[in-house]
Design a protein around this ligand. Sequence first.
Ligand code: PAZ
Length: 358
Amino acid sequence: MADNQEHVDTPESNYFNNHPPPKALPKHETLARAFVELQVEKKRRVVLVTSGGTTVPLENQTVRFIDNFSAGTRGAASAERFLENGYAVIFLHRQFSLLPYSRHYSHSTNCFLDFLDESPSSSIVVRDEYQNAMRDVLRKYRTAKQNNMLLILPFTTVTEYIFELRALANIMKPLGANALFYLAAAVSDFFIPRDRMAEHKIQSSEIPSDVSNNNNPLNEQSSSSSDEVYTGYNDPQPSTKSKKLIIDLDPVPKFLHRLVDGWAPQGSMIVSFKLETDPNLLVYKARTSLQRYAHHLVIGNLLSTRKWEVVFVTPEAPHERWIRVPKTRRSKSISGEENQIGLAEGSKTTDKTQEDGN
Ligand code: PAZ
């Protein structure tokens, strides 16, 4: 059986069998295969960094979708640290989220135009005060590109993400213990199965059946097959419709154990992230995840403090280790953006944090 085929009847295999693969997958696989072959030849370690949030479309021809929080800062910052530490990086990111290096000069808070000026001869130049910092970023970016150390691949939906993850893990098999998975993407836990998804834009008012026979939930609610309706209106009396949209989501099957038990190369290392908002839950959830999937490391973070502190939860003692950036070192980047803990950067910070008694 090919590694990317699922024949057993499990929630995971049903997911793959019931959803078409993303259109871009064959192209991404070709790029990834060539990239991995090169890294094997060069005996480099390769990390797959996932970054940004997945979407859950409400319609097949998608107008509306549910999104997951994540700007992609953690993933992009960590990718830079991995590159600086000799790793080749496959950067699987939510389309239009932050990218390694360019993140310093992009998005609304850091408009790249603010870094530029017009010289007396009308050429566009970088403003004097940003020259050093920008040169540094540019050199690192060029080095990564010229040495074929960085492969950037996008996803948008949760389904695309899962297909890409499986395919990339499979392509990374020849790397064996030289492969690392660093799963910082914020992946939705819920989705609408394809067979319950509206084809067209969900309507907020009833459409006469002679105009359209599409799957408007408002129309379907009055039909007898109400159990096939994935969205509907919360009013039992269609004549007094309250115009509420009820969305019925299924849990996304847990793919981490498939990654650990089958997709990932033997001997590879798997690091997952856990985001919570309730401080009382964070370590418990991170530990539970580690026990359930038996991978190597869960990095826990809270939404409100994620830029300054993370907790490493490991199977080995000390089991729980907090890494904090002391207040004095919460410097702003050249573009004014506050620094974010990346893996290598974070490890350094631990000692410093302990020295500072934080
Ligand atoms: O992308 P970002 O820097 O804004 O946020 C990073 C993060 C919080 C999404 C990441 O560190 C993380 O925890 N990812 C896993 C989220 C989850 O529990 O699914």
